[in-house]
Design a binder for this molecule. Structure first.
Ligand SMILES: Nc1ncnc2c1ncn2[C@@H]1O[C@H](COP(=O)(O)OP(=O)(O)OP(=O)(O)O)[C@@H](O)[C@H]1O
Ligand SMILES: [Mg+2]
Length: 355
């Protein structure tokens, strides 16, 4: 057995438990899990059939005894039991790859800005139940900013917009703390629902969630583009009940998404309105950063920049910014101590000496 070789790697883990995707980061290894937050359960036996990509492929295609569930809603655990099993499954998967949890891991995990103490506790409990020794909870946009290497320790206005599946969060961070923020549940999932509704209302076509997401990725945009894009949209005709295919264009999807895009732009403007003027000046100079999968929607950066008159940049690899941030925190105890939320568990955290 070579397990001992990996012992020193196995102490810590960063977790981005997202509404759409779950990512795990292990120091010296990097991102070891990057899977959809989806679980397929056999409701007769209550056994988990598959997790992640495999489960997502089953969405909308299951017989009555198989349920494909998403244990998070708008960034919050909505099915505690399934969430815990899913995290355990992912951790075990790393274990299979040759890791040995001789000492149980310390875990850094993120929660949305809009979260209650009860919800934070549910996250902490799920992680402890999944085998962690200690859990550190951090606000998601803070982790995203750290992952994107924004200078949040400085007295500078760092503006970040994290566009996830379940939440869009706008935060202005300075001196390791969130100074101003706003969030909405209008995010990637809602955009998929917008497309489903549009297809039904305009084309009398019923389409599934996965297909709506595919359409969003293939032809979705927030502003007019130089090139026209088309893609076949497939579903069931509401009237005839038969399968039907139509060609959908970027113009259609832009119309379907327009209300959500407007809401997101307004949210960013509202956050700027409540930001202290000194920080607003910094943001005006330095621009804002977009993270999360939603930031990849074509032309969204342009729309935001135009509406706010502030430069907008999309983070490198925006889908992994949060988990990379947890990775940085695992290796920087001082910063972790600065940004960690107070624990809701009874265990008193040791206060480390500051130099
Ligand atoms: N190229 C793209 N264009 C538009 N949307 C995209 C693109 N790629 C991914 N997305 C969307 O991004 C969302 C997933 O992003 P992400 O993984 O950051 O969310 P999450 O962290 O799981 O959710 P949350 O932070 O809200 O809990 C999905 O809704 C997905 O459809
Ligand atoms: Mg996220």
């Amino acid at each position: 057995m070579f397990n001992w070789v990996f012992r020193r790697f196995s102490k810590d883990m960063g977790v981005d438990l997202g509404t759409a995707n779950t990512l795990l980061y292990v120091p010296e290894k990097g991102i070891t899990v990057d899977e959809p937050t989806v679980v397929a359960v056999n409701v007769r036996t209550e056994q988990i059939l598959s997790v992640g990509k495999e489960a997502k492929h089953m969405l909308g295609k299951t017989p009555p005894h198989i349920e494909v569930t998403r244990p998070l809603t708008n960034g919050i655990i909505s099915d505690y039991e399934v969430a815990e099993k899913m995290v355990k499954y992912f951790i075990d998967k790393i274990h299979e790859d040759g890791f040995s949890f001789v000492t149980r891991p310390r875990v850094v995990i993120c929660v949305p800005l809009e979260v209650t103490e009860v919800e934070t506790k549910a996250v902490e409990d799920a992680i402890i139940a999944a085998g962690a020794r200690e859990v550190f909870v951090v606000q998601e946009p803070v982790a995203a900013a750290i992952g994107a290497r924004m200078p949040i320790q400085e007295p500078i206005g760092n503006m970040i917009v994290d566009l996830g599946g379940g939440n869009t969060e706008v935060a202005v961070i300075s001196l390791n703390g969130v100074v101003a923020w706003k969030s909405t549940t209008i995010a990637g999932d809602e955009m998929n629902r917008n497309i489903i509704q549009y297809a039904r209302e305009v084309f009398n076509l019923l389409i599934g969630e996965s297909h709506a997401e595919l359409i969003k990725l293939k032809v979705g945009s927030a502003s007019e583009m130089s090139e026209k894009i088309e893609f076949p949209m497939r579903g069931r005709d509401v009237i005839s009940g038969l399968p039907r295919e139509i060609m959908i264009t970027d113009t259609h999807i832009r119309e379907a998404l327009s209300r959500s895009i407007r809401t997101i732009v307004d949210l960013i403007k509202m956050t700027l309105e409540i930001t202290p003027p000194e920080l607003t000046v910094d943001i005006h100079e330095r621009g804002m950063l977009l993270t999360g999968g939603g930031s990849l929607l074509r032309g969204l950066d342009t729309v935001i920049a135009k509406a706010t008159e502030i430069p907008v940049r999309i983070a490198d690899d925006p889908l992994t910014a949060v988990v990379r941030g947890t990775g940085v925190l695992l290796e920087d105890e001082e910063l972790l101590e600065e940004v960690v939320l107070p624990s809701t568990r009874n265990t008193k955290r040791k206060k480390r000496k500051k130099i």
